[in-house]
Design a protein around this ligand. Structure first.
Ligand SMILES: [Fe+2]
Length: 222
């Protein structure tokens, strides 16, 4: 009997020891959740603006700054193993403060164009997978679809192309009341929403915008 007990103890001890040894490596290999994909939408720019840099709050040759709440978007692209994805091309486009796209098919004609707002930007991620845009929180806009009327909550469209993966998605802003009734946002699971929702925070004095938001983009293999 004592032999059996001690063997059990030994086995249990081995099991514990094994799990203690295994756990950290499991954590190390834990997969990152993929960033949720979304539809492209109808307003990808047909004609790129002459100015397509990473600062959407100014248009070269145009006086003034874009209307709306400016913020600094700090992004990072990784793969599911947490490795940075450098050299990915990041394109983004969005409505202006009034909920209007600089696109000839935008039916929201009562909302004015903001000539100082760029509306589109692109940038390649650096070797650490980082990218950065200075932009504004877009306005909501009406949608009439299949006899249904609803309002799109503020969002920004993205098309991200890595070496192997392409992710088309949209990001949203935590705390926007219209998030609760946006049909596209509500169609995502709660976990998927977390992958595309920015929680804007106050930036340090002297930063390029009073608010910043961090977004980690996870691609399957980069
Ligand atoms: Fe949109």
């Amino acid at each position: 009997m004592p032999t059996t007990i001690s063997r059990r103890h030994a086995l249990r001890a081995m099991g514990l020891a094994a799990s203690t040894l295994v756990t950290p490596s499991l954590f190390a290999r834990q997969q990152q959740r993929l960033t949720a994909a979304e539809i492209m939408g109808p307003f990808y720019p047909l004609q790129r603006p002459l100015d397509d840099d990473s600062d959407l709050t100014r248009v070269s040759g145009q006086p003034g700054r874009a209307l709306g709440q400016a913020f600094d978007l700090r992004g990072r692209i990784i793969d599911t193993q947490g490795r940075p994805v450098g050299g990915a091309m990041v394109e983004m486009w969005q409505a202006n403060r009034h909920g209007r796209y600089a696109h000839k098919s935008d039916p929201n004609l009562t909302a004015p164009i903001d000539p100082a707002f760029q509306g589109f930007g692109k940038q390649a991620s650096d070797h650490e997978g980082r990218f950065r845009f200075l932009t504004i929180i877009p306005g909501p806009y009406p949608v009439i679809e299949d006899n249904k009327r609803w309002t799109r909550t503020p969002h920004i469209h993205f098309d991200i192309r890595g070496r192997h993966d392409r992710l088309v998605t949209q990001i949203y802003f935590k705390g926007q009341a219209l998030n609760d009734t946006d049909l596209l946002y509500q169609a995502l699971s709660a976990q998927d929403r977390d992958t595309v929702t920015l929680d804007l925070q106050p930036a340090d004095p002297g930063a390029p915008a009073p608010l910043f938001g961090e977004w980690t983009v996870v691609l399957a293999s980069g």
